[in-house]
Design a protein around this ligand. Structure first.
Ligand code: PLP
Length: 435
């Protein structure tokens, strides 16, 4: 007999901490049993009980083409048949680096790694090595992976030396990170005025999407670059989530059209660049990137870096992601934003649609209805309205991110039938959120 999700979760919990290999998958913030997925195709995922869901998680971002795109799968199968891992240079790695460099002009040189965490961790080491400085500035509510210095939480002040955001992070490490409220240039100026000559870099999500979606205020990224540069610090734009999802040149591509002065020194990528396999990257100005080993003194390495099968998935995905794919992502995103907002409004649920390019999320309550610009705003919402909304959608066969603090991800495979299934599920979900 096929095991149920409940049975699989019980077994997983006995073998794996919390039954999961990444915490948000455990459904802690929405309650209930996580679905154990066994396959995915196009806009759908299927669980171990054989139930199919329209998916708005998209592997947490990579699946812009939809799941298991036939050409990506064929290319991966072909690569796998030629060997899984060489630990040596391969032609396809250079191809991926060139593709990214052609699309994102500030990336003159690129180094491949396996996860977004590694990309940001390495970018920070590189920024420190390049500037000879130790301090890092990050914004409250931004997520850059789980390396020690980035798991830092703000203290109570406006801009403060961080406290460890996780057990196991030494206070001395967290104290090298300064946490500033997002979209608050005055606070950032204050930090630079006080510590400017010790700051190696500011790291920022190109558009924040790990506390729900909170876009940068117009001109914020540009002002941030100008301020950092005036103090001899670098800017690391973390495009792990936005890169090659919000446009063919990521968030940089959206902003560069109107504001080409906001050029970061280093950029990090993940998710889409691996097409669903473990590939991430850091890139930027050649002068900085060439400080990496073997050319320079900043050490960085990886047994699986540039893995040929994974990189093939990334290259094939990027090659297939043409203008029509981005137009479709934008269209589906716009349709869903409106449909969800209308359904919530029809039930009198105060909310705001937060958007950054085709990324979007919803925040609930009168306190946020005017729009949210920082983490304090995010926390002011009626987050308790999301779990009943989430479960009503899940019951109707729609898989949403299992936390109100996550972006929703569409794919270019979300056809009319998939969108209709989502739209049809909304009235009952909005009613659940209202009660
Ligand atoms: N940076 C950003 C902006 C992310 O969204 C994430 C993951 O969600 C990371 C870094 C970490 O990437 P990974 O989970 O591949 O380590």
């Amino acid at each position: 007999m096929t095991p149920t999700n409940d049975e699989l979760f019980a077994r997983a919990q006995a073998a794996i901490p919390g039954g999961v290999n990444s915490p948000v998958r455990a459904f802690r913030s929405v309650g209930g049993t996580p679905r154990f997925l066994v396959s995915a195709r196009g806009p759908h995922v299927t669980d171990a009980e054989g139930r199919e869901y329209v998916d708005l998680v998209a592997g947490w971002g990579p699946a812009i083409l939809g799941h298991a795109h036939p050409e990506v799968i064929a290319a991966v199968q072909d690569a796998a048949a030629r060997g899984l891992s060489f630990g040596a240079s391969t032609p396809v790695e250079t191809e991926l680096a060139e593709l990214i460099e052609q699309r994102v002009a500030p990336v003159e040189k690129l180094r491949l790694v396996s996860t977004g965490t590694e990309a940001t961790m390495s970018a920070i080491r590189l920024a420190r090595g390049f500037t000879g400085r130790d301090l890092l500035v990050k914004f409250a509510g931004h997520y850059h992976g789980h390396s020690d210095g980035l798991l830092a939480e703000a203290g109570s002040g406006l801009a403060t030396f961080a406290l460890p955001g996780s057990a196991g992070v030494p206070a001395e490490i967290a104290a090298l990170t300064l946490v500033v409220p997002y979209n608050d240039l005055a606070a950032l100026r204050g930090v630079f005025a006080e510590h400017g000559d010790r700051i190696a870099a500011v790291i920022t999500e190109a558009a924040a999407a790990n506390m729900g979606v909170v876009p940068p205020a117009p001109g914020f990224n540009r002002a941030l670059v100008e301020l950092a540069h005036a103090h001899g610090a670098l800017v690391i734009s973390d495009e792990v989530l936005t890169g090659f999802r919000v446009s063919s040149a990521g968030w940089w591509g959206l902003e560069a059209q109107t504001d080409d002065a906001s050029t970061p020194d280093l950029l990090t990528f993940g998710k889409v660049v691996g097409g669903g396999m473990p590939v991430a990257a850091l890139g930027g100005r050649a002068e900085i990137m060439e400080r990496l080993a073997p050319l320079g003194p900043v050490y960085q390495a990886g047994t699986l870096s540039g893995n040929p099968v994974a990189v093939t998935a990334g290259v094939t995905t990027l090659r297939l992601a043409d203008a029509a794919v981005y137009a479709k992502l934008d269209e589906v995103s716009a349709v869903l934003q409106r449909a969800v907002s209308d359904a919530l409004a029809a039930e009198g649920v105060a909310h705001v649609v937060q958007r950054a390019g085709n990324l979007f999320s919803f925040m609930f309550g009168d306190a946020v209805a005017g729009g949210v610009h920082d983490y304090a705003g995010v926390l002011a919402q009626e987050a308790w309205r999301y779990p009943p909304f989430f479960h009503a959608m899940l019951d109707a066969g729609v898989s949403l991110p299992p936390s109100v603090f996550e972006a929703w991800f569409v794919t270019a495979a979300h056809d009319d039938a998939a969108v209709s299934r989502i739209v049809d599920a909304l009235p009952a979900a909005a009613r659940a959120a209202a009660s």
